[in-house]
Write a protein that binds this ligand. Structure first.
Ligand code: RFL
Ligand code: PHB
Length: 392
């Protein structure tokens, strides 16, 4: 058994764990990060693309926003296509803010580089990580690496280990409430080195199913189509993907659509999930470990960042001022924001996807809702202020 000692043990080296580690390091608080997989595996996951202003500000505070500002694409609006119309939501006009298009993979890469430069410890390929004794004042995390057992004694444990990680699962059933909605479809996503169809994102409602045109740069497109839950990647040749995407976009977009070979293709199921509370003694759940949103509102990564903000502020108060007020307020503050993003993501999902059981009636209701949206200043303000991110 090898023993280690740190102030905050962080399970999970996704954006939540890495950002928390970086902010703590800036403030002189020591943390060790563990992950089940290795660095290349983490950097191979293609996920979020849209960062709220509050997320960008938090990355600036952590000192990891230089490349983001050089290479990220600021967007001041996005489009919704429906009923062969293409309408724009001017987020700058209605909410006074922009979002930044910059891939989660790049955020993660920047955070990993900063952590390496600071010489802070991350243990990759750590098996069987378990948060332990967090209901006492001597919590620790146990794990195995290369067949050797390790133990990290710490003051606090941050469970940043995603939806399937051990932190939430370690909480006894009676101490946690879980709320869940699983949607009856998934998203098939591709990456292709072709210029994006438009300078802005297009979210498309179509009787055959949802589609999304996003991007990673001016030469790399990220496109999605709604698919069945039991579809397999092998069912979706590139040719079939482009055919479906084109059918779901309005005619006026087709002239600027460039097709090309995909170099990444994956299927993601859609779910809404919230676990309450987000604190159990000295264990704090952060990001996807505590909640999942369907990607339609582009909120998952941004919620992980607001959780990190609240937890970091609480830890800073604990170590800097000897006050536990921030840590005591963590769960309630984080959940108040989480539920609003869960609502927005559920609403966007409901308005834009084809639901197998609602048939033509459901489609007409969606078109009426979208028609209303683009005829009402109040509705435009609502969608814009949620899309750019509620304050934290
Ligand atoms: P992560 O990124 O899942 O990281 C968790 C880490 O924990 C590790 N882990 C363990 N480590 C040690 N021991 C164990 N036993 C462990 N088990 C797991 C994992 O290896 C991993 O490294 O969670 P985190 O940090 O909370 O970050 C959350 C975000 O990744 C997620 O919310 C977003 O990707 C969601 N999301 C989007 N969010 C946005 O804000 N904007 C978007 O545009 C957006 N688009 C998306 C998305 C997610 C998608 N998928 C595939 C789910 C688009 C898609 C398609
Ligand atoms: C993405 O670029 O991957 C992306 C963008 C917006 C979303 C979801 C995903 O709502």
């Amino acid at each position: 058994m090898t023993r280690h000692r740190t102030q905050v043990a962080i399970i999970g080296s996704g954006p939540a764990g890495l950002l928390l580690g970086q902010l703590l390091a800036k403030f002189g608080i020591d943390a060790i990060i563990l992950d089940r997989v290795d660095k290349d595996y983490i950097l191979g996951r293609v996920r979020a693309g849209v960062l709220e202003g509050g997320t960008v500000a938090t990355l600036e505070k952590a000192g990891v926003a230089d490349r983001l500002h050089r290479e990220g694409l600021p967007h001041d609006g996005f489009a919704i296509a429906f009923d062969n119309r293409l309408e724009r939501v001017d987020i700058e006009k209605y909410a006074g803010k922009k979002v930044m298009v910059y891939g989660q993979t790049e955020v993660t890469r920047d955070l990993m580089a900063a952590r390496e430069a600071a010489g802070a410890l991350t243990v990759y390929d750590a098996a069987d990580a378990q948060p332990r004794d967090y209901d006492t004042d001597r919590p620790f995390v146990s794990f195995t690496k290369d067949g050797v057992e390790h133990r990290i004694d710490c003051d606090f444990i941050a469970g940043c280990d995603g939806f399937h990680g051990p932190s939430r699962k370690s909480v006894p059933d009676g101490a946690i409430a879980e709320y869940e909605r699983v949607y009856p479809f998934g998203w098939l996503g591709i990456l292709a080195d072709v210029p994006p169809v438009s300078d802005e994102l297009i979210y498309a409602n179509h009787p055959e199913g949802f589609a999304l045109c996003s991007m990673r740069s001016k030469t790399r497109s990220r496109y999605y189509v709604q698919c069945a839950l039991d579809d397999k990647i092998e069912d979706w040749s590139d040719a079939r993907f482009w055919e479906h995407l084109k059918r779901r976009l309005p005619e006026e977009s087709l002239a600027t659509l460039t097709e090309g070979p995909s170099f990444e293709k994956s299927i993601a199921p859609l779910r809404s999930f919230v676990a309450e509370p987000m604190r159990f003694g000295r264990l704090f759940l952060v990001g996807d470990a505590a909640h999942i949103v369907p990607p339609t509102g582009a909120k998952g990564l941004n919620l992980a960042v607001s959780d990190v903000h609240y937890l970091y502020s609480g830890l800073q108060e604990h170590y800097g001022e000897g006050s536990d007020a921030g840590l005591d307020a963590y769960s309630a503050k984080a959940l108040a924001r989480v539920w609003k993003s869960v609502r927005f993501s559920w609403w966007m999902t409901t308005m834009l996807h084809r639901f197998p059981d609602t048939e033509a009636f459901g489609q007409r209701i969606q078109e009426a809702e979208l028609d209303y949206l683009f005829s009402s200043e109040a509705a435009m303000t609502t969608i814009a202020e949620n899309y750019v991110g509620l304050p934290f």
